[in-house]
Design a protein around this ligand. Structure first.
Ligand code: SF4
Length: 445
């Protein structure tokens, strides 16, 4: 049986493939050059965002990497030849409290391979969260990975103790799931998400219900508030590039998940080859830029009014070379230039370089005066991009403005590569092993 140190090594490393707790598109940084403190990638501790927007560090770990399922894309599958380890719930509780007391983490992200049965595995995960909350009054953030097909009662208990629950959809289509993860069932995953959504809705409705003051004569007695249920909602993760699904079908699946199950986030995880992989999987890793573009498109669909079919090329893929909003604008010259003083919000939101906050600022300012070029310049670094697509009383983009900006932007991003050229993709940075629980301490200058 591996000792505790070895178990942490194995189970923190095994958890790194799950991106659903972290902002995996964040730029990779570390402090190995002894300048600065902290890092954003690696294993053991990951960064996540709390519902109030704070960036928090989570202990990211598996209860066990034993698994009776054989999902081909997963390093923990039953046929995988990797070292195995298993924590007891008490060990995870102790570790969490220990790291928390040492100020290394602010919460826990806990997942697990499936052992014996979904209910048995879920029971263990719930026990960790219960013990942290009830026995140790732990107030930190808890994200529990939920095992599809676990019982309703276990789901309710998980939601009572965890801030967020997530169930991985794994792959964009039921066919892909059947081919690569035969023991998993797309309908079952969807059912579990629906059960979480129902509980979230019921809890929210019950908490909104007015409560009559006790002092009011004849008032119905105060009913106790319902127990909390996963106040940070539910999320999921999709592996990108393990099957032949194009970006259009991935984004369509995301749209359906957001609508049907009110997910807080869909996380995209670029497939990376695993040891002793099945020949049915691609030999190459999916480009990280593809994952990044999916996050951008996802954002544009949720907050900027785009639909998935507007963002992909006729071949069904997002451009890797330029961001999806710019790609849409270049494909629709008839939509530009946009009059900043007259255009409605939804049109302004489609202008490359204008974010939702900038649009609100422009809308507020133009209520009291006519906006001019200097107002766009005041928006910040993206103003050169914005000015290629808008008209103002003292500005009209000339025919070459966009070409000049594209050329400058292309050079800025990738030396002298032509804009739109695949080579203009920023070269992948060297992966940086980071915030590893066992990394040697780095002296702070
Ligand atoms: S059920 Fe989860 S841990 Fe098990 S093989 Fe499939 S993806 Fe991996």
């Amino acid at each position: 049986m591996p000792d505790l140190h070895r178990k942490i090594e194995i189970l923190a490393d095994a958890a790194k493939y799950d991106a659903s707790c972290a902002s995996s598109a964040a730029p990779k940084r570390d402090s190995r050059d002894q300048r600065g403190l902290g890092s954003t990638s690696g294993m053991g501790i990951c960064h996540s965002y709390a519902p109030d927007g704070r960036c928090i560090s989570l202990l990211k770990i598996l209860l066990t990497n034993w698994c009776q399922y054989d999902c081909l894309y997963c390093v923990n599958r039953v046929s995988s030849d990797v070292p195995r380890a298993r924590f007891t719930p008490e060990e995870v509780v102790e570790l969490t409290l220990d790291f928390y007391r040492r100020n290394l983490i602010e919460g826990l992200f806990l997942s697990s391979g499936i052992v014996r049965s979904p209910d048995h595995t879920m029971e263990q995960l719930v026990e960790v969260a219960r013990s942290l909350r009830e026995d140790h009054h732990f107030r930190g953030y808890i994200h529990l990975k939920t095992i599809p097909d676990a019982s309703d009662d276990l789901l309710a208990r998980a939601g009572r103790h965890a801030d967020r629950l997530s169930i991985n959809i794994e792959l964009p289509s039921a066919d892909a799931l059947r081919a690569l993860a035969p023991e998993k069932d797309a309908a079952g995953i969807s059912r579990s998400m629906a059960r979480i959504r129902t509980r979230l809705d019921e809890t929210a409705a019950a908490r909104r219900a007015p409560v009559a003051p006790r002092s009011m004569a004849g008032a119905t007695p105060r009913v106790p508030r319902p127990p909390r249920f996963a106040p940070a909602g539910q999320s999921t993760q999709m592996v990108v590039g393990a099957d032949a699904s194009d970006d259009r079908s991935i984004l369509k699946t995301s749209v359906a998940l957001y609508r049907r199950h009110k997910l807080k986030r869909v996380y995209y995880s670029a497939f990376s080859p695993i040891p002793h992989a099945s020949p049915r999987l691609p030999a190459q890793a999916a480009p990280l830029m593809r994952e990044h573009r999916l996050y951008q498109a996802d954002w544009l669909m949720r907050f900027y009014g785009f639909e998935e079919h507007e963002l992909v090329t006729p071949g069904g893929m997002l451009s890797l070379a330029i961001d999806p909003k710019l790609a849409w604008a270049l494909a629709h010259p008839e939509a530009f230039p946009v009059d900043v003083n007259r255009a409605p919000r939804e049109t302004l939101l489609r202008v490359p370089g204008l974010g939702s906050t900038s649009v609100e600022r422009l809308l507020a300012a133009r209520r009291v005066r006519t906006l001019r070029q200097a107002d766009i310049a005041r928006l910040g670094t993206e103003s050169a991009r914005v000015l290629c697509f808008v008209v103002l009383p003292d500005h009209r983009p000339d025919a070459q403005a966009l070409q000049r900006w594209l050329a400058r932007d292309g050079r800025r991003r990738a030396g002298d590569a032509e804009p739109g050229d695949a080579a203009a993709i920023r070269p992948a940075r060297k992966p940086s092993p980071q915030l590893d629980l066992f990394a040697p301490a780095v002296a702070v200058p």
